[in-house]
Design a protein around this ligand. Structure first.
Ligand SMILES: Cc1ncc(COP(=O)(O)O)c(C=O)c1O
Length: 422
């Protein structure tokens, strides 16, 4: 995708943070030419752009992604320039909105800046016009940030929740399992683009086609996809998409995006409104929403963080999003090769080109998952994530742009030692 960089930079010159800040950030990261047959120096240089404690290997971007030095610097500079003039900087959001839209394959009027993926999911669950007995379908592996907003609607409005088990071996299995649950009361389907516990890549385009044919709202919780793989909202064909900035994008904490198809925005009523959501010509009066997803925003925001998110996306765009996704996938393959033949290690994540992602979860009957997680981080400095969801009792490994083949070699060795001596 060709991002219009000029658009992003244009408004940053509004007397506040200028293009100089952006140049400084980019220059701070001296990456060598990428050599596909010997990519190690490239990824090692990427790794050097982060201030992660030395000796500590961070393998949990699916939980919280680190900000690079460049993103931190950029965000701090914007914040300091805004503070120096005591400005909210709200007008700077429009160029960021355009850029973020292009990055995610949406138009500027479809992008809302939210605080996290949970908030975006909540706006959809709480904003759709649903009646008692109306049904929603989502996967049994949904993260609380994706499931709780619907459980709240079950409690408040009598919405009926139906769950499908994500299929880790068959692409079409994920479609038929949803199809089998659809009734005349079904109103909405939600899936995680990539499931949190075991990293299953769900075939969203086919599910979108199914939902379109049945007249159902289709929401994609992409907390695990933006920044891990290239995402194109228009191509996916869903009605709405939620994501976090603070995971795979490497944006500052408390950043997220909600995308809602322009012609479907009247079907999602805002759950909170205030300044920036719309106008009221005179009080008392009717709310006149802004024509665009900005209607889902309200009140004062930390503009520096939102611009920091756009900057993190710009950096990924420069590095190449396909390249980042391939790197994560290569590391996952390396990990799989390293542990698949180890006695008493079971891999739960898909071994299927169309279903696998940059995350891999595994477990061992010889050692509890919490203990395994603790040994890896405390004795080996390898920070993964324990998976307690659905009784899976596993450890999840996230492989991202700042991880290297060396991290994975160390992890493989640590898993072997820990499991064999347990
Ligand atoms: C699929 C999914 N949805 C939602 C969330 C919650 O994200 P956030 O903390 O940005 O609200 C997560 C976090 O791991 C997730 O994996």
């Amino acid at each position: 995708m060709n991002i219009n960089r000029k658009t992003f930079l244009k408004n940053l010159g509004l007397g506040l943070a200028g293009a100089g800040v952006t140049r400084a950030a980019a220059e701070a990261w001296n990456l060598p030419e990428f050599n596909a047959s010997y990519p190690t120096p490239y990824w090692t240089a990427v790794r050097e752009g982060y201030e992660i404690e030395s000796g500590f290997r961070y393998l949990n971007s699916g939980g919280l992604g680190p900000c690079s030095r460049a993103v931190k610097k950029y965000t701090a500079q914007i914040e300091s320039e805004l503070e120096a003039r005591v400005e909210t900087g709200h007008d700077l959001l429009e160029s960021a909105r355009e850029f973020v839209g292009e990055f995610l394959g949406a138009s500027v009027s479809e992008v809302a800046f939210v605080r996290n993926a949970t908030e975006a999911n909540g706006i959809i669950a709480g904003g759709l016009d649903l009646e008692p007995g109306d049904e929603v379908i989502f996967e049994s592996h949904a993260h609380p940030g994706g499931s709780f907003p619907w459980l709240l609607q079950a409690e408040k409005r009598g919405v009926v929740v139906k769950l499908f088990e994500p299929d880790p071996v068959s692409v079409s299995g994920n479609i038929t399992r949803i199809e089998e649950l659809i009734t005349e009361r079904t109103r909405a389907v939600q899936v995680s683009h990539i499931t949190a516990p075991t990293g299953i890549l769900i075939p969203v385009e086919s599910i979108a086609a199914l939902c379109r044919a049945k007249g159902l709202w289709f929401h994609v919780d992409g907390a695990q996809s933006a920044g891990m793989i290239p995402v194109n909202f228009a191509k996916m064909g869903c009605d709405s998409y939620a994501t976090s900035g603070h995971k795979w994008v490497g944006a500052p904490r408390e950043t997220g995006v909600l995308i809602v198809k322009r012609d479907r925005q009247d079907d999602v009523k805002s759950v909170m409104v205030g300044a920036y959501s719309g106008d009221v010509p005179s009080l008392p009066g009717l709310l006149d929403y802004y024509p665009g997803a900005m209607r889902y925003e309200y009140g004062t925001r930390d503009v520096s963080r939102i611009l920091g998110m756009a900057e993190a996306m710009r950096i990924q765009e420069q590095m190449g999003r396909e390249r980042i996704a391939e790197h994560g996938s290569m590391l996952v393959k390396q990990l799989r090769r390293g542990i698949e033949t180890v006695a008493d290690v079971e891999i739960l994540s898909p071994n299927h080109a169309q279903l696998s992602s940059s995350m891999l979860s595994f477990r061992s009957p010889r050692i509890g998952y919490r203990e395994l997680f603790s040994v890896l981080v405390q004795d080996h400095g390898l920070r993964c994530r324990p998976v307690s969801e659905r009784g899976l009792d596993a450890v999840r490994v996230s492989c991202h742009m700042f991880n290297t083949a060396e991290d994975i070699d160390l992890l493989i060795a640590a898993i072997k030692t820990t499991v064999s001596t347990a």
